[in-house]
Design a protein around this ligand. Structure first.
Ligand code: ADP
Length: 303
């Protein structure tokens, strides 16, 4: 189902207007020269469409996309096996590229820059390095934590683009599109309400829509109206701003236990029994965007 919800062309991809415009130029130029795309890095919070865009680049270029992630490429050999199997012009999507280990990352540098792989065969004094030539390919990297992508890595991408949270009107379109694909009837007001409470994130909008669809099916005739939407969202603990119980707990800890802050992220993570990465990648970007908290050098403060 998830794959089906993904837009099939760049025109179908809702929002991110500036980014889309730039990508079109980038795609047309590469197509015009009959070249492969330069390497692309997308960054931004989870669920904003980085993977979807990588797939769309493949569709637009008419090439295949192989998907992997930083943690999955544990050894340089894993990367070598994938890269030597890539066809000319195809795309390798590496999610969570900030989680590549150093050895793999360094192997990737020469592959990205010169399309060669230096493989060490054997050990000790008899070890030999063999150089393998690779077909031209495109790396599309994605990361939720740009600060953890080192300079040398960043510099190897010809194109580095940030994805922003979506406007409510854009998410309303996402909700309506998904409802149509799910063959659910939805009122405009209900779609806008879901959009407003989806933290600027298409993945969340789609998830809420599915839960509200369940609720409407069980509690009425299945049509998603404003009344059922509000009831369902209340049941799910999602407030007017789209904050969940977990977000409210985060804010509460700073307010009650730390008197409004500053408080270090480690302390927050411990109080919420979450890991630091999740706090930084999932909770905080939206709370900052809404102007509820600030990250300072001394820690997090309530605004
Ligand atoms: P990311 O890789 O940034 O975490 P994904 O590309 O996996 O995000 O997107 C999450 C979900 O949201 C996907 O299932 C996709 O269908 C949907 N989605 C993301 N961006 C859009 C968009 N612009 N228009 C429609 N649906 C979108």
């Amino acid at each position: 189902m998830r794959a089906k919800l993904r837009p099939e062309s760049l025109d179908e991809f809702i929002g991110q207007a500036k980014l889309k415009k730039r990508l079109k130029v980038f795609l047309d130029a590469a197509k015009g020269r009959k070249e492969s795309l330069d390497h692309v890095l997308f960054y931004g919070p989870p669920g904003l469409g980085k993977t979807t865009l990588a797939m769309l680049l493949g569709k637009e270029m008419g090439v295949s996309v192989k998907v992997t992630s930083g943690p999955a490429l544990a050894r340089a050999g894993d990367l070598a096996a994938i890269l030597t199997g890539l066809k000319k012009g195809s795309i390798l999507f590496i999610d969570e590229i900030h989680r590549l280990n150093k050895v793999v990352e360094e192997t990737l540098y020469s592959a990205m820059e010169d399309y060669v792989l230096d493989i060490v065969l054997g050990k000790g004094p008899s070890a030999k390095t063999v150089r393998l030539n690779l077909e031209r390919f495109t790396i599309v990297g994605a990361t939720t934590r740009m600060a953890l992508v080192g300079g040398p890595m960043r510099d190897r991408f010809g194109y580095v683009q940030q994805l922003d949270f979506y406007q409510d009107e854009e998410l309303e379109d996402v909700v309506k599109r998904t409802a149509e694909l799910l063959q659910s009837k939805i009122d405009d007001k209900a779609a806008f309400e879901i959009a407003k409470r989806s933290r600027g994130t298409p993945r969340i909008a789609n998830r809420l829509l599915k839960r509200i669809r369940d609720y409407a099916q069980v509690n009425s005739d299945g049509r998603i109206r404003l009344a059922e939407t509000k009831e369902a969202l209340e049941m799910l603990g999602i407030d007017e701003m789209g904050l969940s119980d977990a977000d409210r707990k985060y804010l509460d800890v700073i307010k009650k236990q730390y008197d409004g802050g500053p408080v270090g992220v480690d302390n927050l993570a411990a109080a919420l029994t979450e890991d630091v990465g999740t706090i930084e990648e999932v909770y905080e970007p939206y709370l900052m965007k809404k102007g509820l908290i600030k990250r300072t050098r001394k820690g997090r403060i309530l605004v």
